[in-house]
Design a protein around this ligand. Structure first.
Ligand code: ADP
Length: 260
C-alpha cells in the first residue's frame, strides 16, 4: 500500500505545464528565425535584378542613350533584369501561398499524359533552341488517370521539364516516363545533361539554392522552382526522388495516386 502524496501530483502537473510552454517557446523561436532568414534571402535576391536594371538605366541617362546600338543593348539588358524581377515576385507569391497552405488544392481525376503533351507543346520552341528532343515513354501510353490538382501538377511537371531543357546538354533529350503500379503511377523526368554534383543534391529543393547561380539567372531562373514543387507534391502526399550521375544525367521521380 502506497501512501498518497498530493505534492507529487502537483509537481507532475507543474512540470508538464513548463514542458508544454518550453515547446511553444521553441516553436516561436524557430518561426522567428525562419522569418528573419526568409526576409534576408528575399531582400538579397531582389537587390540583384534591381541593381542591374538601375545600373543600365543610369548609364543610358549618362550618355549611352546617344549611341543607338549601345542604347538598344542596354535597354534589352534592363528589360531582362526587370523580367527576372517580375518572375521572382510571382514565384515568391506562389511559394508563400504553398508554404502557408493558403492555396486550396483542387483534387480531381486528371490525365497526366495529356498534361505532359500540353507542356511539351508549350516548351517546344525553348527546347528547339538548344536542340533538345522531348519525348514520352513508353510510346504506346495514351492515358494515366491520377488524382491531382491539374493546375499545380502542370506547374510541377513544367518545372522539371523546363529544368531539363535549361540545364541539360545541348542536342540532348528530356524524357517523361510513366510506370503503373497497383495504387499509383510513378512519373519520371529524365535528362542526359551534366548532372548535379552529389554534395548539392540534398539541397536543391531549398529556396534560392542553385548549383550555379549565374547559369540559373542567365536562363531566367528564380531558384524557387523546386521549393514550390516540393510543397505541391507534399500536398499530394507524393514522394519525390532525385538521382543524378555526373555527365550521364538527372532523374526526378514522383508518385501520384490512381484515379479509379
Ligand atoms: P532555378 O530557377 O535556378 O532553375 P530550381 O529550384 O528549379 O531553380 O532548381 C534549383 C537548382 O537545381 C538549379 O539552379 C540548378 O542548379 C539545379 N537543377 C535543377 N534541375 C536540374 C537538372 N535537370 N540538371 C542539372 N541541375 C539542375
Amino acid at each position: 500500500f502506497k501512501s498518497f502524496n498530493p505534492f507529487n501530483k502537483l509537481n507532475n502537473e507543474i512540470s508538464d505545464y513548463v514542458n508544454a510552454k518550453q515547446i511553444e517557446i521553441d516553436e516561436l523561436k524557430r518561426m522567428e528565425s525562419f522569418r528573419r532568414e526568409f526576409l534576408a534571402d528575399v531582400s538579397h535576391e531582389l537587390k540583384t535584378p534591381i541593381f542591374a536594371a538601375q545600373g543600365f538605366v543610369h548609364t543610358l541617362l549618362d550618355g549611352a542613350k546617344d549611341d543607338p546600338s549601345v542604347a538598344k543593348r542596354f535597354l534589352k539588358k534592363a528589360a531582362k533584369s526587370l523580367d527576372g524581377l517580375d518572375a521572382l515576385v510571382r514565384d515568391l507569391v506562389v511559394l508563400t501561398q504553398v508554404e502557408t497552405g493558403d492555396i486550396k488544392m483542387n483534387f480531381e481525376i486528371v490525365d497526366i499524359v495529356s498534361i505532359t503533351e500540353d507542356i511539351f507543346e508549350q516548351l517546344e520552341n525553348k527546347a528547339d533552341k538548344r536542340g533538345i528532343h522531348l519525348k514520352i515513354r513508353p510510346k504506346a501510353i495514351k492515358e494515366c488517370a491520377v488524382v491531382a490538382d491539374a493546375q499545380r501538377i502542370y506547374q510541377v511537371l513544367t518545372n522539371f521539364i523546363d529544368n531539363g531543357i535549361k540545364y541539360g546538354k545541348e542536342n540532348g533529350k528530356v524524357s517523361v516516363e510513366f510506370e503503373e503500379f497497383e495504387e499509383h503511377f510513378l512519373i519520371t523526368v529524365e535528362d542526359d545533361g551534366p548532372g548535379i554534383p552529389k554534395d548539392h543534391l540534398a539541397r536543391i529543393f531549398e529556396r534560392f539554392y542553385r548549383v550555379d547561380k549565374s547559369r540559373s539567372r542567365e536562363t531566367g531562373g528564380t531558384g524557387l522552382g523546386l521549393a514550390i514543387v516540393k510543397h505541391i507534391l507534399n500536398a499530394h502526399k507524393s514522394s519525390i526522388n532525385v538521382t543524378s550521375t555526373p555527365e550521364t544525367g538527372t532523374r526526378f521521380s514522383f508518385t501520384l495516386s490512381k484515379g479509379i
